[in-house]
Design a protein. Structure first.
Length: 219
């Protein structure tokens, strides 16, 4: 009897390579400045070189790699300008949207509490990459709740850059995770209290401290 359920999307060899390399870059297994060759990537994933080229080209368009013919793909370091641009955009979007989130409905508060609990668990287990994903989801949930689809898409476009910077930050300052959890709790408490100004101040302070750390201004 035929099934009415849609078929699962086919994962191509190029998709597998793309996910493997991208995850390696975002989790800093492939550091900025490392030159990846088609041969080593093909061997790591178990594919031929053709899908490797396709995947690397895709990652170049996303700004994570720079291709050099017959040499390989250079993992691009995070630049000071990129850091400044991401921080500035985050501050503009998040301060605006957290104000719009007040008064926060129970569903939003429950979702944020669940994400915070998930981040605490992952931090306790030492899974930095997973904790950073939960971190980004915590902020993105507030942005989406504002109901502005354009802002949500803009924020989502920052996802990979945020994750890469966040993982790098926590590797450099492992003690920062406890402070991040406390700052997220502060944002959530302000939303629960229905205090838009306190929520905006908490977001501003949180992002400001992140900026100071990624710029190397202190702990």
């Amino acid at each position: 009897m035929p099934s009415d359920s849609p078929a699962a999307p086919t994962v191509t060899a190029a998709d597998r390579v793309y996910r493997h390399v991208k995850q390696g870059v975002l989790e800093r297994r492939y550091e900025g400045g490392v030159l990846l060759t088609e041969g080593e990537v093909a061997e790591a994933v178990g594919v031929s070189r053709t899908p490797v080229r396709e995947a690397l080209l895709r990652l170049e368009t996303e700004g994570l790699l720079k291709l050099y013919p017959k040499k390989g793909a250079l993992v691009l370091p995070v630049s000071a300008q990129e850091i400044a641009d991401v921080i500035e955009t985050r501050l503009l979007v998040e301060e605006f949207t957290v104000r719009r989130a007040v008064p926060a409905p129970p569903a939003l508060l429950e979702r944020l509490a669940a994400l915070l609990a998930e981040q605490r668990r992952q931090a306790a287990e030492g899974d930095i990459a997973a904790a950073m994903t939960a971190d980004r989801c915590f902020h993105a949930e507030i942005v989406r709740h504002a109901g502005n689809a354009i802002l949500s898409r803009l924020y989502d476009q920052l996802r990979d850059r945020q994750l890469r910077m966040g993982v790098a930050l926590l590797h450099a300052h492992p003690d920062r995770m406890d402070r991040t959890l406390a700052e997220h709790a502060e944002i959530l408490d302000a939303l629960r209290a229905g205090d838009a100004e306190a929520a905006a101040a908490a977001v501003r302070g949180h992002i400001g401290r992140v900026e100071a750390l990624v710029r190397g201004a202190g702990r």
